[in-house]
Design a protein. Sequence first.
Length: 239
Amino acid sequence: MVRTPVRGEPVRVLLIDESVIALHGLKAVLLRCEWIVVAGTACTEAEAFAAMEICRPDVVVLDVRVGCASGISLCRAIRESHPNVGVVFFTDTDDPNILYSAIIAGARGYLLKAASGDALMKGIEAVAIGRAMIDQHLTQKILCWVREQVRTLPHRTVEDCPDEDLRILSRVAAGETNKAIALELQVDQSVIARRLQRIYKRLRVSGRAEAASCFMKSGRELFSGPHHAGRYATSSTGY
């Protein structure tokens, strides 16, 4: 979790870019902001790691290339060793594959260098308080990526569900409430609620009605009576 700066406390920023000219330009822009302190700069991966220990930044701003090193790999290393530090990419690269890699590596912000100084400051502010910031020109690419990820998720059916899930689904399909199901299966009602959320996710449905419909379409018979409770009650302790 990225550390949230104390109200009124300046945000310490470390700038990482292979270009000294770019670093000077960034520093000049950020010095106009009274709540940002440029704690340090780095041009290489080695300088970046050293600066992380010396400067103790709240937010790191870096490019996708840092000398001969990958900014993506550097981001991953920073997030692993300093999980409370937020990372913002500030780059010319709008390649969606790089953007996705940055997100997976743990970046919370990704802005193009064509963005204004104010946009960069807003990005730093957002990341400093634990939010995310993606350049508005890249929003459509992010949406397409998310849709593709969802589309390629393996689709699971009722037949893939374990017996414990089937017992719950059967009772949902029969119109029983969580309270009634919990009484029949001899578990706490919260256990049923949590298990149903996992079932919805597994079946990729939005809620109770769709889950019940999936069960009925599977052609399975409804379970009835509390005599099936024993096995579920003993196996539900892990949920």
